[in-house]
Design a protein around this ligand. Structure first.
Ligand SMILES: Cc1ncc(COP(=O)(O)O)c(C=O)c1O
Length: 390
């Protein structure tokens, strides 16, 4: 008999009932150090007092009205994002994959309105992940995600990650945009080097096509800048955001320049819940906390500390781990042992990590993790590694 919850997930045998900062508390009372943060979602950890206050204050005032009316919290969050980024305008969604849907629509509509309706194709990269909607799976294109779900949304050209020659050759008269994660998340924490992001920007400018960045996983302070592309000193035309922006409340966004968004006029897109008062009240509180030089400097300092300790962990467990990579507090450990064995051993030592492709385990802790918790994390990961190699 089919489970009452559609069985699309293989879940760990864990049921968390409470969260406190970097800690998750299991139904049986055990405390787990959370280095996954709900896959880069709980940017400020669990039950952050400012987020709890923002949500409960808004919950006591107004939950929902619909986008038929003005929503002050949505306006505030859009203004904050526009003030702090390349963007001139923002559309709010509930998730990353909805942001992908709009990014694709926006790029195509842009060219349609520019009297170039043939420009519909979007170049994407192997190992990418843009969500599970029809546009998201077609964009990523992997067999794992697309098999059995055809016919797929047409108009995506998939290239090998890092193949510069193929990229130049793939741009044609029908190319509308390039879509890329500045740091691949699900693909195994693979950062795009700054030089390559700059090269992509130049290539888009040369051909007059749009650059869409997917910062759903790597955005909102995760890499030590508000958005990861800032490290490369470039700006996209369109950017997808989700996860960290809501700190655990379902919230996503598409940010765009006025130019790239020029096709999106009244009636061309919408969402019942996107940008609702609850989500945007929390989003404002997240951004106020994360988007300060002091907070981001701390992310960078702690990232350095964690990276240094992880190098030691890898050196101490050479038959289990191979190397450390990533950016900021978005870190991948390439494993020699089977990554899932290490994730499972971590459950025994009460530390949460997340598997990714390329036999990597991901560490995406709350950006508020403390130095003591970093030391504790290393001890728990070491114990897990010793259990795997035993
Ligand atoms: C880079 C990236 N894009 C898009 C998504 C899809 O986001 P969501 O699961 O909120 O639809 C994810 C989710 O992991 C992601 O990592």
């Amino acid at each position: 008999m089919i489970a009452s919850v559609l069985p699309t997930y293989s879940r760990a045998p864990l049921t968390f009932v409470k969260g406190e900062g970097t800690w998750l508390i299991e139904a049986d009372g055990r405390r787990f150090l959370d280095l996954g943060a709900g896959i880069a979602v709980n940017a400020l950890g669990h039950a952050h007092p400012k987020l709890v206050a923002a949500l409960t204050d808004q919950a006591g005032a107004l939950w929902h009205t619909s986008n038929l009316y003005h929503i002050p919290q949505q306006q505030q969050l859009a203004d904050k994002l526009v003030d702090s980024t390349f963007a001139d305008t923002v559309f709010f969604t509930n998730s990353g994959t909805e942001a992908c849907e709009l990014a694709v629509k926006m790029a195509r509509k842009f060219w349609y309105e520019k009297n170039a309706p043939q420009k519909v194709d979007i170049i994407t990269f192997d190992g990418s992940f843009h969500g599970r909607s029809s546009a998201g799976i077609a964009a990523a294109g992997s067999e794992k995600m697309t098999k059995g779900f055809g016919p797929l949304l047409p108009g995506f050209t998939h290239l090998a990650f890092g193949d510069h020659d193929a990229l130049g050759a793939a741009i044609t008269d029908t190319t509308a945009a390039i879509m890329i994660e500045p740091v691949q998340g699900e693909g195994g924490i693979r950062p795009v080097p700054d030089q390559c992001l700059k090269g992509l920007r130049d290539l888009c400018d040369e051909h007059g096509i749009l650059l869409i960045l997917d910062e759903v996983q790597c955005g909102v302070g995760r890499t030590g800048k508000l958005f990861a592309h800032e490290w490369a000193g470039i700006e996209p035309d369109i950017m997808m955001v989700a996860k960290g922006i809501g700190g655990g409340f379902p919230l996503g966004a598409v940010l765009a320049t006025e130019y790239a968004a020029s096709g999106m006029t009244a009636g061309t897109h919408g969402s019942t819940y996107g940008g609702n008062p609850l989500g945007c009240a929390v989003g404002c509180a997240v951004l106020d906390e994360v988007n300060t030089p002091e907070f981001l400097a701390e992310v960078n300092r702690k990232s350095g500390l964690l990276r240094q300790k992880l190098e030691g962990l890898v050196a101490d467990n050479p038959d289990v781990f191979e190397s450390v990579r990533g950016a900021g507090l978005m870190i991948g450990i390439k494993c020699k042992a089977v990554n899932m064995d290490i994730v499972n051993a971590g459950y025994d030592t009460q530390v949460i990590t997340v598997p990714a492709a390329d036999n990597v385990i991901r560490l995406l802790p709350p950006l508020t993790i403390t130095d003591d918790e970093i030391a504790d994390a290393i001890a728990r990961l070491d114990k897990a590694a010793k259990a795997v190699s035993a």
